[in-house]
Design a protein around this ligand. Structure first.
Ligand code: NAG
Ligand code: NAG
Ligand code: NAG
Ligand code: NAG
Ligand code: NAG
Ligand code: NAG
Ligand code: NAG
Length: 782
């Protein structure tokens, strides 16, 4: 029991690196590569359709491992340690069609019953004889078959002779060649054959590699000419390709040979039906004997050579360059080699396409060369080119050249340069990753449609640029431009890439100037989010479908407060950006205020209130510095009496005698006001010096302005604030309507205060005076 549990635990651990993908419901892909698995995991989902167990340590595959996976279609188990395979283990996996068992240690397979595979890879195993069972003959859908073995015999291939397989990979074991059957591959029927010869062994096989059905042939691990100086076995194998008229593509990988043998290989292939010949990873040794090359009667269209290492380069290489430059074919690619020169063909050349990417070529390449008149495409990408003038001169002679790629060099174009003789035919020019400045715009091919100038040192596009009316695509990304170019000189511009520059406040009229633009990529610039940018952001918002990367790659860089804000979310009020609008708004606001003030003055006598407030405030200021007890001590009167002149008779005859007989000190304006002080000052002064303020209300009172003011100040008497310092005596009834509308104070007071009413009946007068005296009577200090 404990074993089962710990085993389960291990399986769960092993399953951790699983990647599951469920696409369209019917696919379940499980990948557990590089997990040191020693067995197929047990608890896999039953609906698994693809299982990748490559690069593990599995040495056994049993029916029980895959029995439950009835939906399994793809099983990848390359780079494991399987030694034996019974294809019968898959008898319940009826859907299985793809099995990759390459790079195991398989020696034996048994095939009963078999599976109708589409893809079966048994390459890079330890088989001695080819692992082809007679049951393979029933795999009617087989598209790919990977085989390996050291003993290749005709009869072992017979079971699959009638199948049309798209691609066959045959890996020959290390001991291959001892008992060789040269004709053994003749009966395979495949469109594409790839043979991997044993590594590090001189090619001494007589195997006939020409398969009549093959369109494409690839041969890997060719080592020849080193021990057998003539490379005779391999050259003989190549020459047999002559009889295979369907053969179109020949590829050689991992070739180690001498310069002489290399030229011989070229010469043999030259006279085969091969159209596309490609060599990659070649190591060349030794010197070259100068022999003439027979260019006549070739089917070859394109020769491609990638990644060449040469030990010796001490012989005159002119011979090699001559051989290449005079090839009468359409296309040559030489890349990843130490080649540092290429000469001009000695006569008009049929070259349409030359790709010399990633070599050591200098500006002297094709100097004064008049024979590349058909050339349409030339790539000198990633070489050692320095002066653009030389390239311009070179192009001048290439009258058909349409595409030129001179990116990833160290090209410069001088400020005062006068040479500007680009060939007129150029449509696509790649000048990216060089050291060019804005001056390059003074000299560009006039009909150019696509111009790539990204990753240079352009700080501005000068005003006097070449008119490029056909220019559709301009890439100036990763330069130091501070603004978008207008389309004045580029009237057809439809694609602009200007990301990763120093554009901080792009001109807003870009979209007006560039009417034909259908894609602009301007992200990752240090946008300065101020008023100037608003218009641009607004315009961008309107055409956002042509703005690539919007809104994610467009963020503010400055000012500091806005850093990181997406341009899309950057808003400034119209007011803060428009000075005229700002002035107009301030003006209008002031005007409205003035009108309101004037209105208030007019309707509510505001000016008077203001004056009073001012005086009051001064007094208050004076008072503030004196403590409140002191002020109380300063009281001189019990009451300040305010009345209208019309009621003075009553005041003098009734009020004063009645109060003063009880030692109540009364302040009257005509008696106590200090001459020389203003009336308002006097009022304030005496209200302050009085304990209470008595107001004799009558219809006359409300007609007297001064009385009203007195009432106002008494009510606001700061020393008695909040206290009941007002006494209202209603001498005669006052109808509400007769109180003028701006006497709010009085109205409110009348409404809420209990006032003393002067009784008509004499009998009540005694009580009235007693009442009044009681309210006023307080002991004055002085
Ligand atoms: C697999 O085993 C090797 C050596 O035994 C070890 O170095 C490696 O870390 C293991 N890898 C995993 C994924 O367990
Ligand atoms: C693979 O498994 C074997 C035992 O089956 C073990 O000896 C070996 O160390 C394992 N290799 C790795 C790389 O884990
Ligand atoms: C191939 O399939 C046919 C019928 O489907 C069968 O009769 C024949 O025995 C099979 N051949 C082999 C070698 O399995
Ligand atoms: C294979 O192709 C040949 C001709 O291209 C054809 O005659 C033959 O029937 C094909 N065989 C199969 C099994 O499709
Ligand atoms: C042959 O090579 C050419 C050029 O590399 C390629 O376009 C074509 O697809 C190849 N054909 C086959 C059958 O591999
Ligand atoms: C060049 O090759 C062609 C075709 O193989 C042949 O007919 C011709 O004789 C050769 N010329 C020379 C000078 O070897
Ligand atoms: C120009 O060349 C660079 C590589 O150097 C490549 O990435 C870029 O796509 C090319 N531009 C055009 C327009 O083909």
């Amino acid at each position: 029991m404990s074993i089962v549990i710990s085993f389960y635990f291990v399986i769960v651990l092993e399953l951790i690196p699983i990647t599951t993908q469920l696409s369209d419901g019917s696919e379940l892909i499980i990948k557990i590569p590089r997990a040191n698995l020693t067995h197929v995991p047990k608890n896999l989902p039953l609906t698994t359709t693809t299982l990748d167990l490559s690069q593990n340590n599995i040495s056994e595959l049993q029916t029980s491992d895959v029995l439950s996976l009835s939906k399994l279609r793809v099983l990848m188990m390359s780079y494991n340690r399987l030694q034996y395979l019974d294809i019968g283990v898959f008898k319940f996996n009826t859907e299985l069609e793809y099995l990759d068992l390459s790079h195991n240690e398989l020696r034996v397979i048994s095939c009963n019953p078999t599976v109708n595979f589409k893809h079966l890879d048994l390459s890079f195993n330890a088989f001695y004889a080819l692992p082809i069972c007679k049951e393979f003959g029933n795999m009617s859908q087989l598209k790919f078959l990977g085989l390996s073995g050291s003993k290749v015999q005709s009869f072992s291939v017979h079971p699959i002779a009638h199948l049309n397989i798209s691609k066959v990979l045959l890996v020959l074991g290390d001991t291959y060649g001892e008992v060789e059957d040269p004709e053994s591959l003749q009966h395979i029927s495949t469109g594409s054959l790839h043979i991997v010869f044993p590594e590090r062994r001189e090619f001494c096989f007589s195997l006939d590699v020409s398969v009549s059905t093959a369109i494409s042939l690839e041969l890997s691990n060719i080592r020849c000419g080193l021990e057998d100086k003539e490379c005779s076995y391999f050259l003989r194998a190549l020459s047999k390709l002559r009889k295979n008229l369907r053969l179109s593509n020949l590829t050689l990988n991992n070739v180690e040979t001498t310069w002489n043998s290399f030229i011989n290989i070229l010469q043999v292939v030259w006279h085969t039906p091969v159209k596309y010949f490609s060599i990659s990873n070649m190591k060349l040794q030794d010197q070259v004997d100068q022999r003439s090359f027979n260019y006549s009667g070739t089917s070859l269209k394109a020769l491609s050579i990638y990644q060449v290492v040469s030990d010796v380069f001490s012989f005159p290489q002119h011979y090699i360059y001559d051989i290449f430059s005079n090839m009468n074919i359409q296309s040559i690619t030489v890349s990843g080699t130490p080649m540092f020169h290429m000469v001009c063909p000695s006569q008009a050349s049929p070259f349409l396409y030359l790709d010399f990417k990633d070599n050591l070529l200098t500006d002297m390449v094709f100097k004064d060369c008049r024979h590349l008149i058909k050339l349409k495409t030339l790539s000198l990408q990633k070489n050692k080119l320095k002066k653009l003038e030389n390239i311009i001169l070179m192009s001048a002679e290439m009258t058909s050249l349409q595409k030129l790629d001179i990116s990833q060099n160290s090209l410069r174009y001088g400020e005062g340069e006068s040479i500007c003789s680009w060939t007129g035919s150029l449509l696509v020019l790649n000048l990216s990753s060089n050291m060019l400045t804005g001056s390059v715009f003074r000299c560009l091919p006039p009909k150019i449609e696509v111009l790539d100038l990204h990753n240079n040192r352009i700080m501005s596009i000068p005003n006097d640029v070449t008119l490029l009316q056909a220019l559709q695509e301009l890439n100036v990304a990763s330069n130091s431009l501070t603004d978008l170019p207008g389309c004045g000189a580029f009237s057809s511009l439809s694609v602009l890439v200007i990301e990763h520059n120093s554009v901080s406040h792009p001109s807003a009229d870009f979209f007006q100037s560039c009417q034909k633009i259908r894609s602009i990529r301007a992200g990752n610039n240090p946008f300065r989010c101020t008023c100037e940018l608003r218009e641009f952001v607004k315009n961008i918002g309107q055409v956002s479908e042509v703005v690539e990367g919007w809104p994610d790659s467009y963020t503010c860089d400055s000012p500091e407060s806005a850093k990181g804000t997406p341009l899309q979310d950057f808003h400034l009020s119209p007011l803060s950006c428009d000075t005229v609008l700002l002035i107009v708004t301030i003006g209008a606001t002031l005007l409205v205020l003035a009108i309101i003030v004037a209105f208030l003055c007019h309707c509510f006598d505001l000016s008077w209130y203001l004056r009073m407030m001012c005086q009051w405030a001064q007094t208050r200021h004076r008072a503030r510095n004196i403590p409140i007890e002191e002020l109380q001590r300063n009281l001189q009167f019990h009451a300040f009496v305010s009345y209208s002149g019309h009621d003075s008779t009553w005041v003098k005859n009734e009020l004063i005698p009645n109060l003063e007989k009880d030692d109540i000190r009364v302040c009257l304006h005509e008696r106590n006001f200090i001459p020389g002080k203003s009336i308002v000052e006097n009022i304030i002064h005496f209200i302050e010096k009085s304990y209470k303020s008595i107001f004799v209300l009558s219809p006359h009172f409300i007609q007297s302005e001064w009385c009203h003011y007195e009432l106002y100040f008494a009510h606001h008497n700061l020393f008695h604030e909040g206290s009941d310092n007002l006494i209202l005596i209603l001498l005669e009834p006052i109808p509400q309507y007769s109180i003028p509308s701006n006497y709010h104070k009085l109205k409110t007071l009348m409404a809420q205060r209990t006032y003393l009413e002067w009784p008509m009946e004499k009998s009540k007068h005694g009580l009235f005076w007693a009442n009044l005296r009681a309210t006023i009577n307080v002991k004055l200090v002085n």
